[in-house]
Design a binder for this molecule. Structure first.
Ligand code: AMP
Ligand code: ZN
Length: 491
């Protein structure tokens, strides 16, 4: 019997606004699609929070015994700049004078490296927009044939008002059509639209636009919203179980996805829409455009001016798990310091549990504790409650260690297995406390070498001071001499 047959999972569905019992379309199987990154710059920690939230969801579904097909795309074309004038990747390629696919490659590799650092599992399929141009042209044609899109000057727009005659545009974001305006600024290409609510399925490329493909309407590129409709339904079917993304994608991106899929397949594409909340930094949304962000590596190299010290990826991950995915999470130095303490206590308890002496009776109800851990995750993946339960176990473990409580061998086996499963398999934490102390040792060692180099310089022993700098560089440690002394960064 699979675990999912014994547990009742509930999911907060953004479509109904209700917490609903999760029932997959095909028993035992789950299809899940999550909007991936637009690979035109390095991901920031806020992006990571969203992908991490879905990583926990994926991990828990796997733990329950579902066979999950998890599709997370890479947007490598079509995502327009905020002024709707140009594609983000093409703009970057033009500015940097490189091929758009060089931009795509660089930031896709960065994205994968970062997710690996934070111990996220790779999805089952990671399709790209440029790999699905044919499907996007076909879908556009289908929508035109259904009378729900129109062609103007080589671009194709979805006719929102026409669609709204029989369906509800705004069903997800709970907007009335008058307020459902896709973009705030009315610029060039937008004047082609019949209504400001309409959105592009295909855009004719301006001469300076580098990424372009042939189509029946013009040489151009697909609109961003269409890729997700095409790739989700291609790999998961016209109707699938879960679609996720950050809250900021609910409108217009996901609203448009619903309308496109309905227009193509005459079915609501998704049963459960899930939206994760934003990561703030010191009270404000983390975002590249405002400059209020931390790069994911800044936090573990300590190379930033915001935090008092470096924090390992597992401590950061643990800190993010201490808020529910649907709540805003404010990343602060104090929160990270507190999380580090909690994380270390948990890791210590996991070591202690292996050494506990057993007794003939238990003074703690292990089975009801275990069910409480499941209840927390069954309640819309409530990781903060789960963590509170894990700390009840930590307290008990320490009491048994100090002979203030007892545990039977059978209960100890359940406790050990459950604690390990929830900590490592489901929360996806790693025991990198050692790495943490290693990193303190490393910092101390480098600082010692910096001091020895300064002494060598003072003694005019330039051969030695240059040797220290060069050999550190070969090991990936770069020294920077400034007025306030020498600092270092790790590559
Ligand atoms: P983008 O590459 O801009 O399409 O963003 C990728 C994902 O990161 C989307 O699902 C966004 O909702 C999400 N995201 C962007 N900023 C934040 C933030 N500050 N906190 C959490 N998620 C974010
Ligand atoms: Zn998407």
């Amino acid at each position: 019997m699979s675990i999912y047959e014994q547990q009742t999972l509930k999911i907060q569905n953004s479509l109904s606004g209700e917490k609903e019992i999760f029932k997959p379309i095909t028993s035992g199987f789950v299809g899940m699609y999550v909007c991936g990154p637009t690979v035109y710059s390095n991901v920031h920690l806020g992006n990571i929070r969203t992908f991490m939230s879905f990583d926990i969801i994926y991990r828990y579904l796997l733990h329950l015994g579902y066979k999950v097909r998890y599709v997370r795309n890479i947007t490598d074309a079509g995502h327009l700049t905020d002024d709707d004038a140009e594609d983000k990747i093409s703009t970057k390629a033009r500015l940097e004078k490189v091929e758009p696919m060089e931009i795509v490659q660089k930031y896709t590799v960065d994205f994968h490296n970062v997710l690996k650092q934070y111990n996220l599992l790779p999805p089952s399929i990671e399709p790209t927009a440029t790999g699905h141009i044919v499907e996007q042209i076909e879908a556009t044609q289908k929508i035109i044939d259904a009378g729900l899109a129109y062609v103007v000057n080589g671009s194709v727009y979805f006719d929102v008002f026409k669609y709204n005659e029989t369906k509800h545009y705004g069903i997800l974001s709970k907007r009335v059509i008058e307020d459902a305006i896709e973009n705030t600024r009315a610029l060039d290409g937008q004047s082609d639209k019949k209504n400001p609510q309409d959105f592009a399925l295909w855009k004719k490329a301006e001469p300076e636009h580098i990424q372009r493909w042939n189509s029946p309407w013009s040489e151009g590129f697909p609109g961003w919203h269409l890729e997700c409709t095409v790739m989700s339904t291609k790999y998961l079917g016209d109707q699938f179980d879960i679609h996720g993304g950050g809250m900021d994608l609910k409108f217009p991106h996901h609203e448009c996805e619903i309308a496109q899929a309905e227009a193509c397949n005459h079915k609501a594409p998704v049963n459960y829409w899930m939206h994760t909340n934003m990561l703030n930094l010191n009270g404000k949304k983390m975002s590249k455009s405002t400059g209020n962000f931390l790069n994911p590596s800044d936090i573990y190299t300590g190379n930033n001016t915001i935090l008092s010290k470096a924090f390992t990826p597992s401590v950061t991950r643990f800190s993010m798990m201490q808020a529910h995915y649907s709540s805003v999470l404010d990343l602060t130095d104090d929160a990270l310091l507190a999380s580090e303490k909690g994380y270390n206590r948990l890791m210590d308890a996991l070591k202690t549990v292996a050494q506990l002496k057993t007794n003939t009776s238990s003074s703690f109800d292990i089975n009801s504790w275990k069910q409480k851990c499941y209840d927390a995750m069954n309640d819309d993946f409530n990781t903060p409650i789960l963590i509170a339960n894990l700390f009840d176990a930590v307290k008990y473990i320490n009491q048994v260690k100090d002979n203030n409580a007892s545990i039977t061998a059978e209960d100890l086996a359940i406790l050990t297995k459950t604690l390990n499963q929830f900590t490592f398999d489901i929360l996806g934490l790693k025991d990198d406390a050692k790495t943490n102390s290693n990193s303190d040792t490393l910092t101390g060692t480098i600082e010692l070498l910096i001091q020895l180099r300064a002494e060598a310089k003072a003694n005019k022993n330039y051969d030695l001071s240059d040797k220290i700098r060069a050999e550190l560089l070969a090991l990936g440690v770069q020294l920077k001499d400034g007025r306030a002394g020498t600092s270092f960064s790790l590559s």
